[in-house]
Design a binder for this molecule. Sequence first.
Ligand code: UT7
Length: 314
Amino acid sequence: MPEKVLTNRDLESMIDTSDEWITTRTGIRQRHIVSVGENNSDLAVGASRAALEMAGVEASEIDLIIVGTLTPDMPMPSVACLVQRELGAGKAGAFDVSATCSGFLYSLSIADKFVRDNPSMKILVIGSEVLSRRTNWEDRTTCVLFADGAGAAVVTASDGDSGILSTCLHADGSVWDLLTIKGLGTAHPIDQELLSKGWQYIEMKGKDVFKHAVRALESVAHESMEKAGWNNDDLDLLIAHQANIRILDFLRERLNLPKEKVFINIDKYGNTSAASIPIALDEAWRSGRLKKGDNVLMISFGGGFTWAGVTMRW
Ligand code: UT7
């Protein structure tokens, strides 16, 4: 995470909002945001170094780097190439995946297929975002939600019965305009008109997104568990994209899970899009919430829309 922390109290002095509104409507109490000069690739490199150390793998052994992100440093080159250079991962191929908040699970699914095809491969999978630079800090409906951060995993072939059991990827482009950053692509010239419309920023029809999110997440949770051959009782930990505490509470009820089986850290980090699941996974493991042999379900939902589910035995 970037070091700088922005609390709800800080936001109270910037826009017309309150700690009470943000906490009750979203579950967020604070978020981390980058400082001047700190970029997506810096966060991605930090997370990668931690993952390589935890895995006991050298950067020079990595065959492929995949970064899920919607906020790259620049359109070209990819964040993955910048990470490859910084780590000195000389033999690795590198590319970014554009799947918004599902970027990490889409990337993990791709890595899973590569490793199944060639079990000698070692793949670095990263979710990394700098959403604070695509946030309109005058729009209280979005700026209290989104934040920055990165997480990473080293994916290799497993021995024994641990590993990824099922992957499910979905999308629905018909409702693309409910969650967008319209400018800064090639469809619209970057001119005064674009900037005055605020198209360089995230725009979201929050209530509509919420309704789609809960339906899609519940459905992909069932689909992923069914593919893995699990009942709800088999699940030890649900790691869902951290977008809103009310979405997480809804999922807990619908999947009939006790509180301790639903991982929550949105209070500390806000919505970090593609980074939210790997950050949560790392915290769950380091804090002992996730233990060897546990059945983990990871699910995500984001702009596009995209949604995804991955089950794994840790
Ligand atoms: O990561 C991708 C997926 N993203 C999501 O899943 C996000 C899904 N959406 C949500 O989480 C929620 O819809 C939000 C948190 C974005 C909004 O919560 P809501 O309960 O849907 O609130 P709302 O948009 O209906 O707004 C309710 C009221 C409005 O006032 P009026 O019209 O009732 O007078 C808003 O203007 O709350 C007002 N409001 C705020 N008030 C204080 C909106 N934002 C704020 C704010 N502070 N920051």
